[in-house]
Design a protein around this ligand. Structure first.
Ligand code: ADP
Ligand code: ZN
Ligand code: ZN
Length: 724
């Protein structure tokens, strides 16, 4: 057997085992050095490059679960080839952790007895009449298709003893599945009638349920995209297929889960994300793989779930950066989803209020179908009014008079406000006004953030934490100044201004767990909060009906960034926070503080004109040969030694240049930040207007890099990098 193992080696490993073709895709336990590892059988062979007396035998082949199917194995092969990543790491990391262990960790779940095709076809009247219990059992199963094992005991005390016999005869299967997998709401609310834009979007997608089409479903927050997903899912289920819905944030899954459960009672549904317990995740995965679960919701990792009857993929908030993994296999779940859909000839829907420029460009060029929902679904939920507030001069505590005034009005009217600032802590840096000392991290080329109230300095890159000095370590000056604002400082400022208001700060420091975030959200819904101060944790998806004001404190950092995607991200983020304001009949208002009020991004934001913004950005991208007009690959290298990382990228560049046909090889540059946790970081960018030329280069170059003996350098290839 050729086995994929989770080791950074490009090939499979050969072992001896008694197998047949049906074992391809099965997990297998093999000796590897001193350890035993779980791998996946990718192929069978009669001979091996390893001498026969050196070949080791596999310990066991796991036949208690189904093998991975050809389709998902083809998806893994695509990831290996496209992202140039070792196949073993691709395959094993796509398994839930519970199935990577020698003894699989499975949640307890519930046993379900299910008819096989043979069982369904069986005519029980051909059985002798004295086989009373057996007949009763089969009749019950044929009526419903499946039954929980406990319910079978209720048929007859002897029934459970018959299960083994019926399974051996190939009439039934006993499967374990999650207890939570189905719901039994008997009385689902009837779905709303789609409005004309929603209906048009639905028709455009539903007319192509049996072919590959990518549809960009573009509509502002609250326009009813989720409702379109629900209708498409219903249609997919009706055709006997499974639906996969990908969302960017774990925090968004409970809300969406509840929506889907309420709409589809009796339909087995699972969620997959990294916060599940090992057993629960493995159980859910197996329920999807066996076809028991019909609806699968999940974050990016769910894109690798084997689904034998997959018929629809939805990627919600497709522009979100969290669909891209930034370590190990650097895949984009959106792009893998599109590839899966193509292989299976099924539709994939990319939903967004602010599509990525890549997807938007593809839609404009006719490669994707564009479906647009033009207004909010609930008639009186108008889009919020956006006001740009010019900041001037010295505003050490960050909140401008117009914002204070707007907050005051909301307090008087008993409405809620959200003050958005994308930085936690008290201030991003501590400064000595006398000698110019600033609080830098000794291990990173980054500043230490001041955190109140315990007056600590923290590095947001490496986690280093120290007490803030009482006086300047350089000159002894006791008057150190916090510079800039974080959530804590804004909160403190607002408490002073509005001493009787209930102010709640929500950032990673206060809402570290799912439970605490949920309790905050409950407090907001309970109208127990007047002003929320928070980071992007709050920006996504949450619906706060009483919220009528969003104030954005500091948007400027992204306006003149060296990253060409910074503006795109800022625009998406501002549209998203703006979408929090005024959803339930109360007109919302958004105030954005900026030192650059005439920046064109704000004009587009004021008019809620994504298209105008996107067109202007695309124009710039085209002029500067940036994606989506070109494709990029980034080589990242890091080392404790500065010269080692630099030299590696230089040698890599020298190797790439002679291979470069229609590919531009840039000079190595330091990454941003150049040092994290004492590791020096360098990177090398390759760029081409032709994806295939870039791939051709990588095919030769990537193996050459592996031979550059550089023991003290860690490096990785990032295809389609999102951050430079
Ligand atoms: P999005 O996913 O685009 O942010 P949602 O699908 O969550 O928007 O819809 C926003 C609100 O509008 C929800 O409360 C939803 O129930 C409601 N809604 C959506 N479509 C309709 C419709 N056709 N008729 C009435 N209400 C709708
Ligand atoms: Zn000083
Ligand atoms: Zn650090």
């Amino acid at each position: 057997v050729r086995v994929a193992l989770d080791v950074p080696v490009d090939s499979c490993f050969d072992y001896l085992a008694e197998v047949d073709r049906g074992d391809i895709g099965r997990r297998v336990l093999v000796p590897f050095g001193k350890r035993k590892l779980v791998g996946v059988i990718l192929g069978l062979a009669q001979e091996s490059g390893v001498a026969t007396d050196k070949l080791k035998a596999a310990v066991r082949v796991y036949r208690d679960t189904q093998p991975l199917d050809d389709h998902i194995l083809a998806v893994f092969a695509f990831c290996r080839d496209y992202y140039h990543h070792p196949i073993g790491e691709v395959v094993v990391n796509a398994l839930p952790p519970g199935l990577r262990r020698a003894k699989a960790v499975l949640g307890r779940g519930m046993e379900v007895v299910r008819l096989t095709d043979a069982g369904r076809a069986l005519d029980v009247t051909t059985w002798p009449a004295r086989a009373v219990v057996k007949r009763r059992l089969m009749v019950a199963l044929q009526a419903g298709g499946s039954m929980p094992r406990d319910a079978i005991r209720a048929l007859s005390r002897r029934a459970p003893c018959l299960l083994r016999e019926l399974a051996d005869a190939g009439l039934i299967r006993v499967e374990r599945m999650l207890a939570a997998v189905t719901n039994d709401i008997s009385d689902p609310p009837s779905p709303p009638t789609l409005n004309s834009d929603q209906q048009a979007a639905f028709d455009a997608i539903a007319s192509g349920l049996s072919r590959f089409v990518v549809t960009l479903l573009y509509g502002v927050t609250g326009s009813g995209k989720t409702e379109v997903y629900l209708h498409l899912t219903a249609e997919t289920l009706a055709r006997g297929r499974q639906a996969l819905i990908l969302v960017p944030e774990i925090n968004l899954t409970p809300q969406l889960e509840a929506t889907f459960r309420a709409r589809f009672p009796g339909i087995a549904q699972i969620s997959l994300h990294s916060k599940l317990s090992e057993g629960e995740r493995a159980q859910s995965y197996l329920a999807a793989q066996s076809g028991v679960a019909r609806i699968v919701l999940g974050t990016r990792l769910a894109v690798f779930t084997p689904l034998p009857q997959l018929g629809l993929i939805v990627v919600d908030e497709e522009q979100d950066a969290s669909f891209k993994q930034h370590e190990g296999l650097r895949y984009s779940a959106r792009d893998v989803a599109i590839y899966r859909a193509k292989l299976l000839a099924i539709p994939v829907v990319l939903g967004s209020a602010t599509p990525s420029l890549e997807s938007y460009h593809n839609a404009r060029a006719g490669r994707y179908q564009l479906a647009q929902i033009r207004s909010r679904a609930v008639p009186d939920a108008a889009l919020p009014e956006v006001r740009i507030v010019a900041t001037t001069g010295n505003m050490p505590e960050g909140v401008s008079p117009p914002v204070l005034q707007a907050l005051r009005e909301r307090l008087e009217r008993g409405e809620q406000s959200l003050v958005f600032i994308n930085r936690r802590g008290y201030a991003p840096v501590l400064l000595c006004g006398q000698c110019g000392w600033i609080s830098g991290c000794p291990r990173c080329s980054a500043r230490l953030t001041l955190h109140a109230p315990r007056h600590r300095l923290r590095c947001h890159y490496c986690g280093l934490e120290t007490a803030a000095p009482a006086a300047c370590p350089e000159c002894g000056n006791a008057d150190l100044r916090p510079v800039g604002q974080g959530t804590q400082r804004i909160e403190a400022r607002l408490i002073r201004e509005f001493p009787t208001a209930s102010i709640l700060r929500v950032d990673r420091d206060t809402a570290s767990s799912k439970a605490s975030l949920q309790s905050f959200i409950d407090r907001v819904h309970g109208n127990d909060v007047n002003i929320l101060v928070g980071t992007q944790i709050l920006a996504k998806g949450h619906d706060f009906p009483g919220l009528t004001l969003v104030a954005v404190i500091n948007a400027d950092a992204s306006l003149y960034s060296s990253d060409f995607r910074a503006e795109e991200r800022l625009f998406a983020q501002l549209m998203q926070v703006a979408g929090r304001a005024g959803r339930a009949g109360l007109r919302g208002e958004v105030l954005v503080q900026t030192a650059f009020p005439r920046h064109p991004l704000f004009a587009a934001l004021k008019n809620h004109e994504f298209a105008a913004f996107a067109d202007a950005q695309l124009q710039l991208r085209r002029e500067h040969h940036f994606p989506p007009y070109t494709y990029q690959v980034l080589l990242r290298a890091e080392s404790l030694k500065q010269e080692a990382a630099l030299e590696f990228t230089q040698r890599a560049s020298a190797l790439a240049k002679p291979l470069a046909k229609n590919v531009r090889v840039f000079d190595p540059v330091p990454a941003q930040p150049a040092r994290i946790a004492a590791r020096e970081r360098w990177q090398l960018l390759l760029q081409s207007a032709s994806r295939s030329h870039l791939q051709l280069l990588l095919n030769t170059w990537r193996p050459q890099l592996a031979t550059l003996a550089a023991r003290d350098v860690r490096w990785a290839i990032d295809v389609d990098p999102l951050e430079l």
